[in-house]
Design a protein around this ligand. Structure first.
Ligand code: YSA
Length: 345
């Protein structure tokens, strides 16, 4: 014969009061309210009782069940609060401590320099475009007035994907961003004003100023009546923006097969103000890019009439410019993934 409902209820409540841990509450629940629990056993007997008795006992048993369930929930709340208070007192959780802030990422110094340089040209009306790093020999060399077997190819140590000896249509990792001059002109009619940032690859013996992967930024402007004076004026403005007002620039003859005339541009050394130091190798000048007037052969290749259109182009290495600007003495730091270096920018 199961116990009396009131007795079970009173005993259960008394026992519940003595429980001090959340994990013991479940044992209590099973003992009284579980499938084989004491109160459940009472409910099981109901079927065998006469109707009147069944009603009365059923009602009392259900009320007891509800009371026990409510008492259980309340006890659990109390115990959890006590446990939290104990653990706070024990110093395991200091709820007054500020949360840990997630570390903030930042842009890679090469990316920052690329963006700064592109922005300088965007304010002068240039558009930013990008192109493929895996390139055809045609765009990297042929269309830039560098035919097969031309000695000028030696200027770019090439990483081939399919070399000319193995393919009618050789493929390579672009050695400079200049192929984009051709791609842009093929698709557009003048006026053209673009800058092209992107990764380039060379089969280099790496050292403090040479990496086998590095960024370049190409520039191209083509229109009627563009002259060498436009080239000088644009690049002078660029130097003022990136290196500061009052910078002097110098142009000297240089050779690139896709320009005529070709030049290199230097700025006066801002470490020694032109008097000569280790950085500028005592010359007072620091070379920052190659440039020139687009060669008529290149214009012809893309269907532009060189009698009508002229243009200038330039190409520079943003990492080398960042090295000058921030006094970084080894280009390999850019790609060494050393956070001590990267966090400085
Ligand atoms: C010249 C005339 C134009 O009308 C247009 C573009 C050019 C630039 C030409 N395409 C070129 O690649 N010239 S370059 O071989 O002298 O490279 C240009 C710049 O890229 C260098 O001044 C340097 O800053 C960077 N560079 C070249 N090789 C590098 C490198 N940076 C890091 N590591 C290397 N291995």
């Amino acid at each position: 014969m199961p116990d009396d409902v009131e007795t079970i209820k009173n005993e259960a409540l008394k026992e519940l009061e003595s429980i001090g841990e959340v994990k013991r509450l479940d044992e209590w629940r099973v003992a009284y309210l579980g499938r084989s629990g004491r109160l459940t056993a009472v409910l099981r007997t109901l079927g065998a009782l006469p109707l009147e008795e069944r009603r009365a006992l059923g009602q009392r048993a259900n009320e007891a069940k509800t009371a026990l369930e409510e008492a259980l929930a309340q006890r659990e709340g109390v115990i959890r609060e006590q446990e939290m208070a104990q653990s706070v007192a024990a110093g395991r959780i200091d709820v007054t401590l500020p949360g840990r802030s997630a570390p903030l990422g930042r842009l890679h110094p090469s990316t920052q320099m690329v963006r700064e340089i592109c922005d300088a040209f965007v304010t002068m009306g240039f558009q930013v475009v990008e192109g493929p790093e895996v390139e055809w020999d045609y765009y990297n060399f042929e269309a830039l007035n560098i035919p097969k077997d031309h000695p000028a190819r030696d200027m770019w140590d090439t990483l081939w994907i399919t070399p000319p000896s193995e393919s009618e249509r050789p493929m390579l990792l672009r050695t400079h961003t200049s192929p984009m001059q051709v791609r842009v002109m093929e698709k557009t009619r003048p006026p053209v004003r673009v800058v092209v940032p992107g990764k380039c690859y060379r089969y280099e013996a790496t050292d403090a100023t040479h990496e086998s992967q590095f960024y370049q930024i190409e520039g191209l402007a083509v229109d009627e009546n563009i002259t060498f004076a436009d080239l000088k004026g644009t690049l002078y403005q660029f130097a003022q923006r990136i290196f500061g007002q009052g910078r002097k620039v110098r142009f000297r003859c240089d050779y690139f097969p896709f320009v005529e005339p070709g030049v290199d541009m230097s700025i006066d050394c801002f470490f020694c103000e032109g008097s000569g130091c280790r950085i500028c190798k005592d010359s007072g000048w620091i070379e920052i890019m190659g440039a020139g007037m687009v060669h008529p052969n290149v214009l012809r290749k893309v269907g532009y009439d060189p009698e009508v259109y002229t243009g200038f182009a330039f190409g520079m290495g943003p990492e080398r410019i960042a090295m000058l600007k921030y006094g970084i003495d080894d280009i390999r730091l850019f790609y060494a993934n050393d956070l001590r270096f990267l966090r400085q920018f």
